[in-house]
Design a protein. Structure first.
Ligand code: IMP
Ligand code: MG
Length: 179
């Protein structure tokens, strides 16, 4: 049978279950709260991939927490980076004097995060830390500081739990490898 245009040609091999995500995110929430003690936290979600991570992370966090959103683009619709980062949506609030945590879905080459850390540091936060759900260290092109990492993974293209391939699969409750 010939494949029809509407039929997805990719298959997804499960990598990180919903339960493992939930447990690890709980640990990260406690670790972050422990590090900043009882001070206010301001979490910045990088759209769209980090949206579920942010939502689960803040709901597991105690104490005063505020959130804001930012959108960047470093990829087209495919699997390879263009190497160029663009700011698509800026934050609603300033960062002066705040304990800021960047919340990212995945660090691959590191170019996006490096750009983000530079522009946010220039806004005078009291502290700036980064939490990434996933990291692919073998793909790094630039040395970026990541304070909290959910899972370190191999060089495989992953989808689900916010991560997409051509805007698809973000809604999967787990993370899988696109094959
Ligand atoms: P970097 O600038 O190369 O570190 O790329 C970071 C961005 O690329 C992430 O925030 C994702 O949006 C996207 N990305 C990198 N690797 C993957 C992947 O395996 N699946 C889905 N998106 C990815
Ligand atoms: Mg992203």
């Amino acid at each position: 049978m010939l494949p029809s245009a509407a039929m997805p040609t990719e298959t997804i091999a499960p990598l990180i279950t919903a339960e493992a995500l939930s447990q690890r995110i709980g640990e990260l929430a406690r670790e972050i709260r422990y590090d900043v003690r009882d001070e206010d936290l301001h979490l910045i979600c990088v759209l769209k991939g980090a949206v579920f991570f942010l939502a689960d992370l803040v709901r597991k966090m105690e104490g005063a927490v505020s959130i804001d959103f930012m959108a960047l683009s470093s990829y087209g619709s495919g699997m390879t980076s263009s190497g160029e980062v663009r700011l698509i949506k800026d934050l609603d609030y300033g960062l002066e004097g705040r304990n800021v945590i960047i919340v990212e879905d995945i660090v691959d080459t590191g170019l996006t995060l490096h750009y983000l850390q530079e522009i946010l540091l220039a806004r005078g936060p009291r502290s700036l830390r980064t939490a990434c759900l996933l990291s692919k260290p073998s793909r790094r092109q630039i040395d970026v500081k990541i304070d909290y990492i959910g899972f370190t993974i191999e060089d495989k293209f992953v989808v689900g739990y916010g991560l997409d391939y051509a805007e698809q699969y973000r809604n999967l409750p787990y993370i899988g490898v696109l094959e």
